[in-house]
Write a protein that binds this ligand. Sequence first.
Ligand code: M3P
Ligand code: FE
Length: 311
Amino acid sequence: MAVSGVLRPGHAQIRVMDLDAGVHHYRDVLGLEEMGRDASGRVFLRAWDERDHHSVILRQDDNAGIDFFGFKVLDEATLDRLEADLQAYGVKTSRIPAGELMETGERVRFEIPSGHQIELYAHKTFMGGTLGQHDPSPYNAKMDKGIAPMRLDHCLLYGPNVGEVLELFTKVLGFHLAEYVTLPDSDEKGALWLSCSNKAHDIAFVIHPEPNKLHHVSFYMESWERVLRAADIMAANDVPVDIGPTRHGITRGGTIYAWDPSGNRFETFSGGNISYPDQEPIGWSWEGLGEGGGLDVAHRKMHETFLSVVT
Ligand code: M3P
Ligand code: FE
């Protein structure tokens, strides 16, 4: 088996300041399916090509942002091994009981040097995809409800100690560095695109003085055409757009960055290159990120909001 260890992003718990507005955005405009609500009022949703119970959890709070980002690992033995490896590396971990998140097994939670809460889990109820598991048709009406991404794809987090984050993800969690940006007049890596698969990235970081900030949660679109359709749906629903539709030079993915009603940025992302752990990572200079089109191939400039607007 080639993909083992940490398999993929499994869930993001996003804080929204108005739950009804948040549900309207993620369910009716983005087009995720509501899978349930728990006793504390959290809302669980998933995208049409996902197989497990949920990938997005909305929690109402006075402050927007991300509570935690979770990765699914292969099995219980992998979870136990990674927990022991984290502890041996000096990372404090805690176990969150099964069922604390709907239809989800025990989670191993830890804080990374950028101040974010990351968690690993081995079990979440398998529901099957909305296309079915046998002789699936390539089309389902759920694909036309709202923007309708296929899946939760990755997140980009802002915080300090990006070098230590790189060490932790590559030395302990088995990720590889796919692409990076060096800071102006320096060899220091200020932004990382890390993959646990051969996707362009499963999680990314940009250096930032304040810990534990969210830049965006990203959703995968089946094609560039679907990204353009998403732009129409955003316009029709007065969704504020940050950047795009355009293409990132970094990852080469098609993209729109836009904001949910609480100011959390989300991305509709398509395509993207593939990466392998044996390959040298692709390096970008600070000028490459801006004028070189790393962020925005079409406009080849740094956007002020990219470095300053986070939740
Ligand atoms: C991404 C992302 C940038 C390239 C980004 C690619 C920001 O999918 O948004 O993390 O230069
Ligand atoms: Fe992204």
